[in-house]
Design a protein around this ligand. Sequence first.
Ligand code: PLP
Length: 401
Amino acid sequence: MTRPRISARISAISESATLAVDAKAKAMKAAGRPVIGFGAGEPDFPTPGYIVEAAVEACRNPRFHKYTPAGGLPELKQAIADKTLRDSGYRIEAAQVLVTNGGKQAVYEAFATLLDPGDEVLVVAPYWTTYPEAIKLAGGVQVDVVTDETTGYLASVEQLEAARTDRTKVLLFVSPSNPTGAVYSPEQVEAIGRWAAEHDLWVVTDEIYEHLTYGDASFVSIATAVPELGDRVVVLNGVAKTYAMTGWRVGWLIGPKDVVKAATNLQSHATSNVSNVAQAAALAAVAGDLSAVAEMREAFDRRRRTMVRMLNEIPGVLCPEPKGAFYAYPSVKELLGRDFGGRRPQTSAELAELILEEAEVALVPGEAFGTPGYFRLSYALGDEDLVEGVSRVAKFLTQAR
Ligand SMILES: Cc1ncc(COP(=O)(O)O)c(C=O)c1O
């Protein structure tokens, strides 16, 4: 019998659709084509200078040339505990923090630590592409709670309750959301948290966009809003989005001590400590103030308003107002099956491909986020490119017959 070269578990992992679109757009650009990319999920700002300086200094410190504790530098764990109290009013000890290789590793380790095969996780769709793979790898079963533009992509307690079974162990809660930019109001956060507590569910809450909310929307941590959840909360976070530090790869997981200890054991065999230089940079970031993110937020807010207005002016495109993160998630369902100069794309993936070829604009189709019929556009790019890119999309889409 010939055995498969790649294990079934790993063959089942799909390529990250967002990174794939980004790679294709970059390849076209490298070939000299003037592609504008709305695919990337990262701020277009440089990492603030004082953070970079802390890393430079760390490079010269012999202590950082050696292994450090697998779960993170003690001073960084304490700074994360302090920052969590400052930003979300959530009081934790340093022993409840695990420093990870970006928020992504925190996502993976949270599910690997909490799930046994067959345990169900409620996931609100549209969802970020990494969650399904992390849940699947842990042997968990994802149960989708599908939302759409009519509710601004917000799930209700009734919808969650309809999806709950006696195998449900975890609710994944993400606000502000990637890919929709949806932000739950404090009342909605409380109602959902209380429902989860009532049914003894664990809540894994991804708070990586906590500082990017706009207008009257504001972030509240479900961990503080609903003390009844007790210790069944795992918070995921990181420096990537708040401090324009996507490449530094520092995130963290906060949870009860037994969960953190178990996840640290996993990490100690998989990757050990996160690069000490990156941890020193993260320490400067979280111990510092929030002025850099305040500046970015102002630029994002301006771009957000421009993008949403321009998108809604395109016939057949419907874009609810995103209240957080840096993504717009318009529906293009009305345009599917229409004629674009002899081509009739039937899916948002086909339409995105056509737009990339013909208008030289990269968008991520909703297929990547569990809801075909939509596009995700990041507005974390320069104002001029943003206007030029959406204008090209508008010009292309208005030829629909
Ligand atoms: C919702 C969400 N969580 C977590 C992450 C992880 O970010 P990183 O691994 O770069 O820290 C991202 C990045 O795109 C995200 O959008």
